[in-house]
Write a protein that binds this ligand. Structure first.
Ligand code: BEZ
Ligand code: FE
Length: 287
């Protein structure tokens, strides 16, 4: 092709892809090219700006490892991860939110009503509720909740040598009524890693790196895709400016002050050692 121009390059790309076997791959790549071309034309992208972006991506690759994916962080900071979660969230189901990079497979099991406070400092929280079928409202017995959170210092166990391995990470199976409950601490807000290209992006745009405190959940029940989401105490100072756009109205919840553990409709292993007052969060997940 010798006569490609600014006006024909998108069609030329699509023609090059004519032999793509998978129709979804063909569609997604053609549309990606169309949007990239339109973007370059709209902003009149200069060679220097293009090179800067290519160099940023090269350095993102350089700083990435099996434990750290700088490309995901860039996607998070651009709102692309959040947008994908919003597109993927199903009608009446609980909305999706960030998986984040700190999940570890294979956490220890905890019985319903079990304790995660252990030796952790901070405010005590009783977190409980039910897992329901989003369509029928029927309880999902035996659904598996994979739960992970930071300690009150804003660090996950795999970032903090002072926390025992597996701290504040548990899996729990819902009871016959779809119920779950655990005692824990209020997590701390934290900053996303800003020592690489993602940090440069933040600084170049005058943005901060803070995420409001949150509890992560991955909930699986037979015959349906897993729900990956986060629950945010709604009084967090960063609740309305999450660096990675993870907060939704339906995922921000009040921490209700309580003094009497008997108001909680579950038997709590740590009831006797709860600080008074403690907080409770009641949340219904719908899959
Ligand atoms: C997290 O919630 O763990 C997280 C999400 C996006 C970027 C960094 C951390
Ligand atoms: Fe997180």
């Amino acid at each position: 092709m010798r006569n490609v121009t600014k006006d024909t390059i998108t069609d030329a790309f699509v023609a090059y892809c004519a032999k793509t076997r998978d129709p979804r791959v063909k569609f997604v790549l053609s549309r990606l090219a169309a949007h990239l071309h339109a973007f370059a034309k709209e902003v009149e992208l200069t060679h220097e700006e293009w090179l800067l972006a290519m160099e940023l991506l090269r350095r993102a690759g350089e700083i990435s490892s099996p434990e750290r994916n700088e490309f995901i962080l860039l996607s998070d900071l651009f709102g692309l991860s959040a947008l994908t979660d919003m597109i993927g969230s199903r009608g009446s189901g609980t909305q999706f939110s960030n998986l984040g990079p700190f999940h570890i497979e294979g956490s220890a099991w905890l019985e319903v009503g079990g304790d995660m406070i252990a030796d952790n400092a901070g405010e005590h929280v009783v977190f409980y509720g039910r897992v329901l079928d989003a369509q029928s409202g029927a309880p999902l017995a035996g659904a598996v909740l994979d739960i992970w959170q930071t300690a009150s210092n804003g660090l996950y166990s795999n970032q903090d040598p002072d926390q025992p391995p597996g701290n504040l990470r548990r899996r729990m199976k819902t009871d016959a009524g779809g119920g779950y409950a655990f005692t824990t601490v209020r997590p701390g807000p934290y900053t996303v890693p800003d020592d690489g290209p993602a940090g440069e992006l933040l600084r170049a745009t005058g943005r901060h790196a803070w995420r409001p405190a949150h509890y992560h959940f991955r909930i699986s029940a037979a015959g349906r895709p897993a729900l990956i989401t986060e629950i945010f105490p709604d009084d967090d100072p960063w609740i309305d400016e999450d660096a990675v756009f993870g907060v939704r109205e339906s995922l921000a919840v009040p921490l209700v002050s309580e003094t009497d553990p008997s108001v909680i409709p579950f038997t709590l292993a740590a009831a006797a050692r709860l600080k008074r007052p403690f907080y409770r969060i009641e949340y219904t997940f719908r899959l």
